[in-house]
Write a protein that binds this ligand. Structure first.
Ligand code: NAD
Length: 433
């Protein structure tokens, strides 16, 4: 049994030395790397052995696609689902554990893996808005309590924790609380990782259960960093879009998925796209491929990524939800070659009817991305149109008529002329009532 990490005189832990650990080549042939400690600052080793929690979900599946394709990293992953990562299950560089972790149970294999990993990426969460106000106890448990012990474990072993939080921790913008909300002053609505206040609504608006649990976990991670030297990175994603996100109700899941899959379901089912409260909320959408590129850069530059919080989004791809609905029906018309989708119905529903009591939305999320650019050299490159074209084509190929009628799988292309570069600025679309 390897010795535990040692407590230094300043209260921080040093990583166990190579002699303390398993044989030089480690468990399962995994190489070991010890942390160098100097002047109170830890230098992180290159990431060769990685633990990914929630590896079977949307982001996890794309992360595995990229990392297992590229080379040298060995990955141990945990999730209860493997449908989206079936292609990797036989890869010798990947070990899948069909297990969950929780506040009361961390699997023995996970405890051991955290001990010897160079980094742990935590993606595991309930992160579906339809559950925030209808199932808040589970949401809080999943996003705070279940991860609490994992943070302690990483802290104890000095293992770099890359935790996926959310841009929802920012809550609503300062602008939205002004008597006449206006967005002329960026200081009142742009979101900067270490300066912007985190503003959430009252307790009875249980929609904030997710954001609040995520924020509390960020504070817990940061406290472990400050008091016990935990190397950490917090990622705040801003609407990653791409293939394999969520599920299509009635086909491979039940309930209400996130907005992308909601709109896709409506298009696939030829039912109206539903805009919650008129679809005025604005979001910046980033392609999953750009987002994964940011994570890869973090893994390649541990000393630049560690002990930082990063927004990961795309400022160029901002749309209101009403504009998004309009664009998605346009892209769907192109992908299917069926112009009738250009006038596919879009209706407005109240958030109360759609999500139930206690819903409240963030008005706008415009990330400042200077830190990711300066420290990681990352800039998102994929346009909203290209992101939607790839994504919509994927859903059509996977779930749509193409699968039933054996029609061509590739998108038909821009058959309806140029993509509208100028969108209505007020989010106004033809909204049937
Ligand atoms: N996708 C986005 O745009 C976005 C936006 C904001 C935040 N995030 C955060 O990024 C992370 C990943 O998001 P995603 O879109 O891939 O979500 P996802 O729901 O597709 O994937 C999460 C995965 O975690 C697994 N999981 C949940 N609890 C678990 C547990 N206790 N043990 C093991 N596995 C567990 C689920 O089975 C699922 O496969 C989440 O923390 C989410 O809050 C994502």
């Amino acid at each position: 049994m390897a010795a535990k990490s040692e407590l230094r005189s300043d209260g921080k832990r040093t990583r166990k030395s190579a002699q303390d650990g398993p044989p030089a080549n480690g468990r399962n042939g995994v190489e070991q790397h010890s942390l160098r400690v100097g002047n109170g600052r830890r230098s992180l080793p290159p990431v060769r052995n990685l633990v990914v929690l929630g590896c079977g979900g949307f982001i996890g599946s794309h992360l595995l696609d990229r990392l297992l394709d590229q080379g040298a990293i060995r990955i141990e992953g945990w999730d209860l689902h493997d449908e989206k990562i079936a292609a990797h299950l036989a890869n010798p560089k990947f070990t899948f554990h069909r297990e969950a972790f929780s506040d009361t149970r961390i699997p023995a294999g996970l405890i051991e893996a955290v001990r010897w990993a160079d980094a742990v990426i935590n993606l595991a969460a309930i992160c579906n808005p339809s559950q925030y106000n209808t199932n808040p106890l589970e949401v809080i448990k999943s996003n705070f309590l279940d991860v609490y012990r994992l943070v302690e474990l990483c802290s104890h072993h000095g293992t770099w924790l890359i935790h996926f939080s959310t841009s929802e921790v920012y809550g609503r913008t300062v602008s939205s609380y002004l008597p006449a909300p206006d967005y002329s002053n960026p200081d009142l609505f742009e979101l900067e990782e270490t300066a912007t206040p985190l503003i959430m609504g009252p307790i009875q608006n249980q929609r904030w259960s997710y954001a609040c649990a995520k924020q509390m976990l960020e504070r817990f991670i940061y406290a472990h960093h400050r008091e016990r030297g935990l190397p950490y990175t917090i990622v705040r994603p801003l609407n990653f879009f791409g293939p394999k996100m969520d599920f299509i109700p009635g086909r491979d899941g039940e309930g209400i998925p996130r907005v992308l899959a909601c709109f896709m379901t409506a298009l696939l089912d030829r039912s109206p796209l539903q805009l919650v409260d008129g679809g005025a909320a604005r979001r910046t959408i980033v392609s999953i491929h750009d987002a994964i590129a940011a994570v890869v850069l973090m893994l390649q530059k541990p000393d630049r990524a560690a002990n930082q919080i990063f927004n990961i989004g795309n400022r160029e791809n901002e749309v209101t939800m009403a504009e998004l609905a309009e664009l998605m029906r346009l892209v769907y018309a192109e992908v299917t070659g069926d112009p009738s989708y250009l006038s596919h119905p879009i209706v407005s529903v109240s958030s109360r009817d759609f999500y139930g009591e206690g819903y409240e939305d963030c008005d706008r999320r415009m990330p400042v991305l200077a830190k990711a650019r300066e420290l990681l050299g990352w800039t998102p490159r994929i346009s909203l149109y290209d992101t939607l074209l790839e994504t919509v084509a994927y859903y059509y190929r996977t779930y749509g008529e193409a699968t039933l009628a054996d029609r061509p799988a590739e998108p038909a292309g821009k058959v309806f002329g140029d993509y509208p570069t100028k969108l209505p600025s007020d989010g106004a679309v033809d909204v049937g009532r």
